[in-house]
Design a protein around this ligand. Structure first.
Ligand SMILES: [Zn+2]
Length: 68
């Protein structure tokens, strides 16, 4: 196990952690359906990206119980 050679002062520790804050997400409106979505990502609610459908979206998936 690595062992530190010198005590890290509260000031040095806090200065290191000054850049550790989380940044809030910055959602955009989908150009197709208007839902909020992550920028540069496919819209999860309608499957559009750059004004065209790239992922098929279904409301529900039917599970066939006899398939197994
Ligand atoms: Zn959308």
């Amino acid at each position: 196990m690595a062992v530190q050679q010198n005590k890290v002062s509260k000031s040095r520790r806090n200065n290191r952690r000054a850049h550790d804050a989380l940044v809030a997400a910055n959602p955009n409106e989908c150009g197709n359906c208007g839902e909020l979505k992550r920028p540069h990502h496919v819209c999860p609610s309608c499957g559009h990206y750059a004004d065209r459908q790239v992922v098929a979206v279904t409301d529900e998936i039917e599970l066939d119980e006899d398939a197994a």
